[in-house]
Design a protein around this ligand. Structure first.
Ligand code: ADP
Length: 406
């Protein structure tokens, strides 16, 4: 009997070693987190597993990955450090096994409301690396029996490897992003530098001086926009962007966006039309972020249209999804460019001197829509126009019409 137990234990440790190797080679943060939670649930024979990372700005724990929680809901879910079991594990830097969470005063009940999974038993370990605690790895509800000290030791071993891998993936992602941005910042900086040299020359006429200053200001604005967008992208890519999910009436949101962009459309003699949207068509999303996506698409439709054109926006439901469409009769996008327009900094060569832009607008749109578990796609024909469609799942809110965030 003892021998069988020993060989089973060795098998489980062997599994931890294999998993550690897999984790060390995954540098994409989201896939890494997903990998860790599934490995943890599997290793401890548990119903579900989650990772909560400490979020410095809010001083709370934030769900970043879970085997049983949809990404949009999860990202809005904050867990207070001072009144939760995960918070206790984080502060005490100690693992914990709770056989009956409902009787534990530290249990934070709102998670069960969001996941629809009642937490009966729980095993959690702190994620520590370099003597720094970055979060908590939890498994809940053992499939058979109770969590044991053996489960705890295995999860501690997995947690130690997971913590190192998480920190590495974050660093890798940041350095990747930073090098891309430094590269892109160089062009406007070089042109500001060249313009300032020109300004110093005595033979420059007043008219030329005005033009040079204008160029400099345009490049400075571009740098400014790029910095703001950079922060947005960095937050979305490192999973630090929080969503405040509420139930949104699609018609109202689209109307608000059209009203905001009407003036810009009129300046270019374009008509902006809101098509009829089914009444009570609702989507669960972060209002401000979804509005940002729609405003971005409308702004592009205006930018890449010629006077006299038409822009229309509509929303409809299809099975379990809500589809929002922004269509224009603008210059269109060639087939060879279409697959790349959502890439960072990608601007179609034919249109890049038509209007100013950073090539980041659609990247942000894509990231925001994906953080809602949705996707965005474009169809287009050169000289005819383009249609951008946002497809979002019709999620249901765990609490009646209330945002998830504390
Ligand atoms: P930009 O700041 O250049 O507008 P985006 O990421 O928003 O960056 O868009 C990337 C590229 O996709 C644009 O440079 C443009 O060539 C093309 N594009 C985007 N929207 C449209 C549209 N509605 N019609 C035609 N081309 C578009």
């Amino acid at each position: 009997m003892a021998e069988t137990n020993l060989s089973a234990l060795l098998d489980r440790y062997q599994r931890v070693i294999e998993l550690s190797n897999d984790l060390a080679s995954t540098l994409d943060l989201n896939s890494l987190l997903n990998h860790i939670v599934h490995a943890a649930a599997d290793l401890c024979h548990a119903e579900a597993a989650s990772i909560l990372l400490y979020d410095e700005p809010s001083g709370q724990l934030q769900f970043v990955s879970s085997t049983n929680l949809d990404a949009p809901l999860m990202r809005g879910l904050l867990v207070p450090v001072d009144s939760s079991i995960a918070g206790w594990i984080l502060t005490e830097r100690k693992p914990a096994i709770i056989h009956n969470t409902q009787e534990d005063p530290r249990h934070f009940n709102k998670v069960a409301q969001a996941t629809h999974v009642l937490t009966e038993s729980l095993l959690g370990v702190p994620l520590i690396t370099n003597n720094q605690v970055i979060g908590v790895l939890e498994v809940i509800n053992k499939n058979k029996g109770q969590f044991t000290i053996e489960d705890q030791e295995l999860l501690v071993a997995l947690g130690a490897q997971a913590a190192v891998a998480i920190v590495n993936a974050r660093l890798f992602q940041q350095s990747d992003l930073i090098s891309e941005f430094v590269h892109e910042f160089r062009t406007p900086l070089t042109s500001i530098e060249a313009a300032s040299q020109l300004l110093l020359r005595s033979e420059v006429t007043e008219e030329q001086r005005q033009e040079i200053v204008h160029t400099m200001r345009r490049e400075i604005n571009r740098l400014n926009d790029m910095s703001t967008t950079f922060l947005d992208i960095a937050q979305l890519e490192t999973g630090r962007s929080r969503l405040n999910i509420t139930r949104i009436e699609a018609g109202r949101l689209l109307e608000e966006a059209v009203v905001m962009m009407q003036g810009k459309g009129e300046e270019k003699e374009l008509s902006l039309k809101l098509q009829i949207v089914p009444q009570n068509l609702c989507v669960c999303a972060d209002y401000d972020k979804l509005k940002q996506v729609i405003l971005n698409l409308l702004s592009n439709a205006i930018k890449y249209s010629l006077p006299g054109g038409e822009i229309s926006i509509t929303a409809e439901s299809r099975e379990d999804d809500v589809i929002i469409r922004v269509s224009d009769t603008g210059v269109g996008i060639a087939v060879e460019d279409l697959p790349r327009i959502f890439d960072k900094f990608y601007r179609v060569r034919r249109t890049d001197d038509m209007v100013e832009g950073s090539g980041l607008g659609l990247t942000i749109c894509k990231r925001i829509v994906e953080s809602h578990n949705g996707y965005i796609q474009a169809t287009s024909e050169v000289g005819v126009g383009s249609t951008f469609s946002i497809i979002l799942p019709q999620l249901s809110l765990p609490l009646d019409n209330e945002p998830l965030r504390e």
